[in-house]
Design a protein around this ligand. Structure first.
Ligand code: 8DG
Ligand code: MG
Length: 324
């Protein structure tokens, strides 16, 4: 966004901050720790921590820049990497466009080739280090799973509990259950919390933030209509919102929601024949959203890889997770 500067005499002039395109890489070990590095003396923001990487050269792809920078800075050769998230952040003097990747396989042991300190830390502990201000959405993305499971509309709570072990470990689990009255819904949430958490699932509640708080849920899921009516992010560990386009994604980010669920990507059983966004529009919206975005609508488990290639956090679905 151009930065408008008021000149002496009241005139206005557009002073464009320099825009810097940067590739950053999150190397992740099987144990879940990620590599962060301290910016060396002499560089901008020296002493702060970051994910290794650097400027994308003209004509260079983000992935090529990532491989080159991680070789220059750490002496490793990245072999397997996938897009994680794009983040645009306006610092006072410059706008940084981070093209962030997650690297799962590389050759060589990282060394601080620029005499920089580095550390392997779990995503939960990264804030023990002063990390660059732009990196907030990256940290959120690292703390969130790839799978957001929605319950089928007419599920029986006991049947749901019996099927929890088949869900992806660590997934988010949104309890929709629109047919239940509030009391039955609350009883269902209470019955599911312990078994779901025992399987590493995070329980996300619909209805109201107050209900989510009083039930001790892990989070709240706002409908797009609720998102518009809200003026502050509820005080819950996790807040998600349904979004159908750019305006709702912007609203979710401005309120400080952790992630949005964007759809419908493909026509689905729940929204048959409805106007679907399609992969290209969903990709454009996701890459401009500045927060992690799950895709929903007609997706199957084997779509996950393609969805993440477009910088989505992962997928949300009903049927894909509860096969008949
Ligand atoms: N690598 C990296 N850069 C980040 C992160 N977050 C963030 O705001 N940045 C900013 C800091 C810098 O302004 C810019 C990265 O540029 P850089 O100075 O490291 O570029 P470079 O490695 O090519 O270094 P140089 O040779 O140009 O000095 O992006 C991050 O997590 N990783
Ligand atoms: Mg660098």
């Amino acid at each position: 966004m151009p930065n408008t500067v008021r000149e002496a005499g009241g005139g206005r002039r557009e002073a464009q901050r320099p825009r810097i395109a940067v590739a950053a890489g999150v190397l992740i070990r099987a144990s879940g720790e990620v590599l962060i590095a301290q910016r060396p003396e002499g560089k901008i923001a020296a002493g702060q921590w970051e994910f290794p990487g650097g400027k994308i050269e003209p004509g260079e792809s983000a992935r090529d820049a990532l491989v080159r920078e991680l070789h220059e800075e750490l002496g490793v050769t990245v072999r397997e990497a996938r897009p994680l998230i794009k983040v645009v952040h306006e610092y006072r003097e410059r706008t940084v466009e981070l093209d962030c990747w997650i690297g799962t396989a590389w050759d060589g042991e990282p060394q601080g080739r620029e005499q920089q300190a580095f550390a392997w830390v779990t995503p939960e502990r990264i804030e023990d280090y002063p990390i660059l201000a732009a990196d907030g959405p990256i940290l959120t993305a690292l703390r969130l799973p790839s799978h957001y499971v929605f319950t089928p509309p007419h599920a029986d709570p006991d049947a749901l509990i019996a099927r929890l072990p088949a869900l992806p470990r660590g997934a988010l689990l949104r309890l929709r259950l629109p047919a239940l009255g509030d009391d039955d819904y609350a009883a269902c949430v209470r019955a599911m919390l312990a078994p779901a958490r025992g399987l590493g699932l995070r329980v996300i509640v619909d209805r109201t933030p107050q209900m989510a708080v009083s039930l001790g849920a892990d989070g709240w899921h706002a409908t797009a209509a609720q998102l518009h009516a809200l003026d502050a992010r509820p005080a819950l560990p996790w807040c998600f919102a349904s979004a159908h386009g750019a305006a709702e994604l912007d609203r979710a980010r401005a309120l400080g929601f952790d992630a949005a669920v964007l759809g419908t990507v493909r026509p689905s059983a729940t929204h048959p024949g409805g106007a679907a966004l399609g992969f290209d529009a969903a990709a454009r919206l996701t890459q401009a959203a500045n927060l992690p975005v799950y895709w929903i609508g007609g997706l199957q488990l084997d779509d996950l890889r393609d969805v993440q290639t477009q910088y989505a956090q992962g997928m949300a679905a009903i049927r894909a997770y509860w096969p008949d």
